[in-house]
Design a protein. Structure first.
Length: 301
C-alpha cells in the first residue's frame, strides 16, 4: 500500500519513528502531493510553504502554540490546524511558580554565593520580601494562566489578570489595562498567546518599577528583550525569570553580565508525561484527518 506523504518541519528526531505509516518528507521539497504537515507551533508552516503545497489541507502542531502559522491565511486556503491544547499547561505553570519563587527569594544568587565560597554570615544575600501577600499580575488567563493562579493562590498571593476580554468563568479580578496591571502588581507573569509580539514593551517594564519582577513562560517575542536587559542592568527592574527567549537557543554572551535573573532553557512543557500525551495527540489528529473524521483538537478561533 502506498504511504501518504507527510511533511515534518522542523525534523522531530526520534518521534519520526512513530510515523512509520507515512512517507516522511522534510522541507525544502518539490513534492506537490503533501496533504498534511506536522510542525512545532513557534516554527510553523509559513505562507510561502503553504503556497508551495497546493494539496495541503491539515497542519498538526506538536504542543499548544500555533504562533508560527498565519491562521487566517490557512483558513482561506481551506487548511485545518490542530494543536495539543491542555496537555502541558500544568507543567508550564509549575515552571512559572518555580521561577517566581527563585527570583523573589533570590535562589540563583544564593547558589552562586555558596558555590563561589563567598557566603558571609549572617546573611548570604540581602533579605528579600515575604512571598505571602505579594501581588501577582497574570497576562493571559487561558489554561496556563489559570493553573498559575491556582498555585499562586495557595501561596497566599493576591491575583489580578489581563487579557483581550473578561471571562465569566474566571474568579480573579480582571484588569483591562495592561499598564495599570503592571503598576499594581509586584510580579508580572506572562502566559499570553504567542501571537502578541511586543506586548511587554519598555513602557510596561518601566511601569513594573524597581521593585517589580517579570516572569515569562509564553514566548520570548512577547517581551522587548533589549528593554528588559537594560532595565535589569540599570536597576529599573528588580528581577526576571525567563524560560523563553527572542532567539532560541539564546546566545550565552547576551546574559553574561545581566544581574538578578533566573534563566531556564525553554523546559516548561517538557515533562515525559506531556511529551507522550502530545505525541499521542499528533498521531490521533493525523489518523482522523486521513480517515475523514472530525479532528480531535482543532484550533478554536
Amino acid at each position: 500500500m502506498t504511504k501518504s506523504a507527510l511533511l515534518i518541519h522542523p525534523p522531530l528526531g526520534l518521534f519520526e519513528m512513530r510515523l512509520a505509516d507515512y512517507e516522511i518528507v522534510h522541507w525544502p521539497t518539490d513534492r506537490t502531493d503533501i496533504r498534511a504537515a506536522v510542525t512545532i507551533g513557534h516554527v510553523g508552516i509559513s505562507n510561502a510553504m503553504i503556497d508551495a503545497l497546493p494539496e495541503l489541507r491539515c497542519i498538526v502542531c506538536f504542543g499548544v502554540g500555533v504562533d508560527g502559522i498565519d491562521l487566517d491565511y490557512a483558513a482561506k486556503r481551506g487548511i485545518a490546524v490542530t494543536h495539543g491544547r491542555e496537555i502541558n499547561h500544568e507543567d508550564v505553570a509549575d515552571v512559572a511558580l518555580g521561577l517566581i519563587i527563585c527570583v523573589a527569594r533570590d535562589f540563583t544568587r544564593g547558589e552562586r554565593v555558596l558555590r563561589e565560597g563567598t557566603w558571609t554570615p549572617p546573611l548570604a544575600v540581602p533579605p528579600q520580601r515575604r512571598f505571602r501577600g505579594r501581588k501577582l499580575g497574570i497576562v493571559g488567563m487561558g489554561a496556563i494562566g489559570q493553573a498559575i493562579a491556582h498555585r499562586a493562590q495557595a501561596f497566599g498571593m493576591e491575583i489580578q489578570w489581563n487579557g483581550p476580554r473578561a471571562k465569566a468563568d474566571v474568579a480573579y479580578p480582571y484588569q483591562p489595562n495592561l499598564k495599570a496591571l503592571a503598576e499594581w502588581t509586584d510580579i508580572l507573569a506572562v502566559a499570553a498567546r504567542g501571537d502578541q509580539a511586543g506586548i511587554i514593551s519598555a513602557d510596561i517594564i518601566k511601569a513594573l518599577g524597581n521593585d517589580g519582577i517579570l516572569i515569562n513562560i509564553s514566548r520570548g517575542t512577547l517581551i522587548d528583550e533589549d528593554a528588559l536587559i537594560a532595565a535589569l542592568k540599570s536597576g529599573e527592574l528588580a528581577g526576571a525569570g525567563l524560560d523563553v527567549f527572542t532567539e532560541e537557543p539564546t546566545p550565552r554572551e547576551r546574559w553574561a553580565d545581566v544581574p538578578n535573573c533566573t534563566l531556564t532553557p525553554h523546559l516548561g512543557g517538557g515533562t515525559r508525561e506531556a511529551l507522550y500525551a502530545g505525541s499521542q495527540n499528533v498521531l490521533e489528529n493525523l489518523r482522523r484527518f486521513y480517515a475523514g473524521e472530525a479532528l480531535l483538537t482543532p484550533v478554536q478561533t
